[in-house]
Design a protein around this ligand. Structure first.
Ligand SMILES: [Fe+2]
Ligand SMILES: [Fe+2]
Length: 185
């Protein structure tokens, strides 16, 4: 079942498991084997949520604006940690600092997503729509599986929300002219 909220939880489980796996590794090549795919998934997961999940949450959620502003800010903190780690030799103290800051930012972010954004979305979105979005989420992850061509730069949370809200009202305006709406798509 590819309900997008379930797919997001599945990635979160992978994050928890792979961060834990780093605790049991110490040779640089072992660390690289775990961190490479983990860092990649952190980037792709955040980008996929920003491309597919949060735009829909903003159309449907009860408290979506606050949840989205928080999430984009958290994604930036996670990206900063990943980038910090990338600047240092794997296994060095500075590398671990970057990994730890990504881990800490990600843990608190997952809790917020799981306690606020995902429940808000489930309450306001029928399962059939969540499944369709799940297919889009999976396709995005497949298309960007190596994070190639992915915009992993930090995003201004308010500008991100404003841009999507502008799209939503443009869609509504078109709809009132009979051109069709973004809402609910
Ligand atoms: Fe997430
Ligand atoms: Fe997220």
């Amino acid at each position: 079942m590819s309900d997008i909220t379930q797919l997001i939880l599945d990635d979160h489980e992978t994050f928890r498991r792979e961060f834990a796996a780093l605790d049991d590794a110490d040779a640089p090549e072992q660390l690289r084997e775990i961190w490479g795919p983990l860092a990649n998934l952190l980037e792709v997961h955040a980008a996929a949520e920003e491309a597919i999940f949060y735009p829909k949450l903003l159309r449907r959620g009860d408290d979506a604006e606050d949840e989205t502003v928080d999430a984009i800010g958290d994604h930036n903190d996670i990206r900063d940690g990943v980038r910090e780690a990338a600047r240092h030799p794997i296994g060095s103290a500075q590398w671990w600092d970057g990994v730890r800051s990504a881990r800490v930012a990600n843990s608190s972010h997952m809790a917020e997503e799981e306690d606020d954004a995902l429940p808000d979305f489930r309450r306001n979105t029928p399962l059939s729509v969540r499944v369709n979005l799940g297919h889009e989420f999976l396709k995005f992850k497949t298309d960007h599986s190596d994070a190639q061509g992915l915009d992993t730069s930090d995003k201004d949370p308010q500008a991100y929300v404003s841009a999507i809200e502008a799209e939503i009202s443009a869609g509504d305006a078109n709809n009132s002219l009979g051109i069709g709406s973004l809402k609910g798509r």
